[in-house]
Ligand binder design. Structure first.
Ligand code: GLU
Length: 513
């Protein structure tokens, strides 16, 4: 195989959807696997759809995911510029070359004329007007007008576009690496605009010219681009590049969590789940949302999850680091069928990554959240806290949310447990336990446990009589981590205070109920 060069070519029209991140990831993995290059090209030729901040968002998202670029607008490289708006001067000559060779033509139809033609066709019962081999001769273009008239119009200020002249009665074949042979009947294809009246190329022309000039070997992109591929092949052939058409791989759709239809931004809003990598601040609140990062995802888990949305290694292994993915990835193992966006699976991946992360690193990650809440704790305390909590959280944000009571007094007590387990006549016994614990010189979880067990035996109480009480007294909830470890970390003074307060609270709670 020649040098592998692949590209991620998003249009900066808003926040980058998670499906776009997957496309970037697969391109990156394919490049790494084949010792190739991966580049970012910003396809910003549609000025009406340009959204400021979108390019930064794309770059930041890739960076957060650990997807590194070999070439790109900010990275540089030998094939730049990597923003199509900065390559504007390049495209027109290719459009003119196509006209010269008879593969394209000038079209002078105004937007109003096109609308009116569409309307007329509609009245004739023809709902989808297509500018193609059957209609082009009734339109105003260099094929229907005389050579003189065309010349005159071109010499005047009349705006024009350049359209691809799709040949009739041909079959265009694409050998897609995922889908196999896909054939297109040219009579089904429209005469796409290649060059616009505003002096900019359209996506189709710029994409082909750039893939060629940037020596792209494989085009790996979303399934929605498959129909355009027929036009692209006609363009390659028209420009005399037919012998070096890149290989195509069209990735399966990402489906809604229920498997029905394509995943959209609306699904994220409706289900309260992220479908974008990072948060985005749009013009309006409806256009603003948070992403996987703000949800408290570990980027490594997101990558692992995304890698499996449409690909799998064919083994039982599910946890893959980015390096391992680079090693195992192959286009042959990408499926044709749409991949369901299973958010529970994303949660599962995140849990696995959190559990496998060192306590001290977790502490560093959550420190900003802890400090933002005004809590001031040592690194050691925070690492021990993370160690205790990590099997019980799904997201980074859950640490402080679920374990707030490690940093401040308990706010609410689990009423059900109090009602079920607190017996006021045992108050004396629990007071005695408090006394016993206060005498421990060595307030370690083992010492605490031994003391509690001894106490239970003396009082003839069972674990079920004592532990839920201690647990709720210390943390307010039955869901916390190992009780004795939790007590050790909070320390004797704090535990004494909590038990005292809780007993009083429990007595009152039972009295009013
Ligand atoms: N600019 C196109 C997009 O926004 C690129 C499609 C392609 O990769 O060819 O997805």
């Amino acid at each position: 195989m020649n040098q592998v060069r692949v590209r991620f070519a998003p249009s900066p029209t808003g926040a980058l959807h998670i499906g776009g991140v997957r496309t970037a990831l697969y391109n990156y993995l394919f490049a790494r696997k084949n010792n190739g290059q991966f580049l970012l090209r910003i396809e910003d030729t549609d000025q009406n759809r340009f959204v400021s901040g979108a390019e930064e968002y794309i770059r930041e998202s890739l960076e957060w995911c650990g997807i590194k670029l070999d070439e790109g607008p900010a990275t540089g490289g030998d094939y730049g510029p990597y923003r199509q708006s900065e390559r504007k001067h390049l495209y027109k000559s290719y459009a003119l070359e196509l006209v010269e060779k008879g593969h394209a033509y000038y079209a002078f139809d105004t937007p109003e004329e096109l609308t009116s033609e569409r309307q007329q066709q509609k009245e004739k019962g023809n709902h989808t007007f297509k500018y193609d081999g059957t209609t082009r001769l009734v339109m105003r273009n260099s094929l229907s007008l005389s050579a003189e008239e065309t010349k005159r119009l071109l010499a005047s200020d009349t705006p024009y576009t350049i359209r691809l002249k799709v040949p009739q009665d041909q079959v265009v074949e694409v050998n897609d690496l995922i889908r196999g042979k896909v054939s297109f009947q040219t009579n089904e294809l429209d005469d796409k605009v290649l060059f616009k009246a505003d002096g900019m190329p359209t996506y189709h022309l710029a994409n082909i010219v750039d893939d060629h000039l940037m020596k792209i070997s494989h085009v790996i992109r979303g399934e929605e681009w498959l129909p355009s591929t027929a036009h692209h092949i006609l363009l390659y052939n028209g420009l005399g590049w037919g012998h070096e058409i890149p290989q195509f791989a069209h990735l399966p759709l990402i489906l809604k969590p229920n498997g029905k239809g394509k995943l959209s931004k609306r699904d994220g809003d409706k289900l309260g789940i992220p479908v974008f990598p990072l948060s985005w601040k749009g013009e309006t609140p409806e256009d603003s949302f948070s992403g996987f990062r703000e949800f408290g995802f570990d980027a490594r888990a997101v990558i692992n999850f995304l890698a499996f949305l449409g690909w799998n290694p064919g083994t039982e292994q599910e946890i893959f680091s980015l390096e391992e993915l680079c090693e195992h990835f192959s286009i042959e193992k990408i499926s044709k069928a749409g991949a369901r966006f299973d958010f529970d699976k994303a949660r599962w991946f995140n849990q696995q990554y959190i559990i496998a992360t060192d306590d001290a690193i977790l502490a560093e990650i959550i420190r900003p959240t802890v400090e933002a809440k005004g809590f001031n704790v040592s690194d050691e305390f925070l690492a021990d806290f993370c160690g205790l909590m990590k099997e019980r959280v799904v997201f980074f944000n859950d640490f402080v949310k679920n374990g707030y009571y490690f940093f401040e007094p308990v706010k609410t007590y689990d009423q059900k447990t109090i009602k079920k387990k607190w017996q006021p006549e045992r108050r004396k016994a629990f007071d005695r336990l408090l006394g016993l614990l206060s005498q421990l010189t060595d307030f370690t979880h083992t010492a605490i446990k031994n003391q509690v067990v001894e106490f239970m035996e003396e009082e003839n109480l069972k674990f079920g009589d004592v532990l839920p009480i201690l647990r709720v007294a210390v943390s307010g909830t039955m869901k916390g981590p190992a009780i004795f470890e939790m007590m050790e970390l909070l320390g004797k003074t704090e535990i004494m205070k909590r038990l005292n307060n809780a007993y009083k609270y429990f007595d009152d709670a039972i009295l009013v109920s």
